[in-house]
Design a protein around this ligand. Structure first.
Ligand code: 5GP
Length: 206
């Protein structure tokens, strides 16, 4: 079977609980590597450079694009976000499954380059619950919450391109679903062509 790790893209509406889900997954299972993106936005309180993001200037970001250091990048609300290539490829080569928590344009760019990537979309149990969580978080003004809900409406249009949805009702159950889906992805024929070829060769000589 293939020793190569796979790429797992996780997208979802703001407030759907992606962050909580990722933390719980990485705490429970240790064969996952979380990619750290580069961004031109300012750090939020409590965010650390190199851990949450690589916070870079516009110039540096442009340079990274020119030098083809990013696998994909996208603009999201006036700022650039992109996935550094080197880390992702190295972790995959070492057999780790690499998780990219990115928005939809980036997800589609990944699918074009890595047809075996697994695309997951995290949903809240209902739109009402999404609003309740965003209000309950208390970190955004009502205007911002409404803008995020409108954005969720737009993003819902692109969900057809994803492989599976994850309904984040119960975090532990959702972590299990995600882990099982990744395990199943490893068993897909498209991910095991070398192994299948090897068996075919062996069959010629038994
Ligand atoms: P935030 O500013 O809230 O941390 O992130 C804003 C959006 O950018 C989120 O939807 C997040 O998933 C997305 N994002 C973070 N890193 C990347 C990246 O490297 N590439 C792309 N395409 N989107 C990203």
């Amino acid at each position: 079977m293939s020793d190569q790790g796979i790429l797992v893209v996780v997208s979802g509406f703001s407030g759907a609980g992606k962050g909580t889900l990722m933390r719980a997954l990485l705490e429970k299972y240790h064969n996952y590597a979380l990619s750290v993106s580069a961004t031109t936005r300012q750090p939020r309180e409590g965010e650390t450079d190199g851990k949450d993001y690589f916070f870079v200037s516009q110039e540096k970001f442009k340079q990274m694009i020119e030098e083809e250091q990013l696998i994909e990048y996208a603009q999201y609300v006036n700022h650039y976000y992109g996935t550094p290539k080197e880390y992702v490829l190295r972790q995959m080569a070492e057999g780790k499954d690499v998780i990219l928590e990115i928005e939809i344009q980036g997800a589609l760019a990944i699918k074009r380059q890595f047809s075996n990537a697994l695309l997951l979309f995290v949903l809240p149990p209902s739109a009402q619950e999404l609003k309740r969580r965003l209000v309950g978080r208390g970190t955004e003004s009502l205007d911002v919450i409404e803008a995020r809900l409108r954005r969720a409406f737009d993003e819902a249009e692109g969900m057809d391109s994803y492989d599976y949805i994850l309904v984040n009702d119960d975090v532990d159950a959702c972590v299990e679903d995600m882990h099982e889906l990744i395990k199943a992805q490893h068993l897909r024929v498209c991910h095991n062509l070398d192994f299948i070829e090897q068996i075919r060769e062996e069959l010629k000589h038994v």
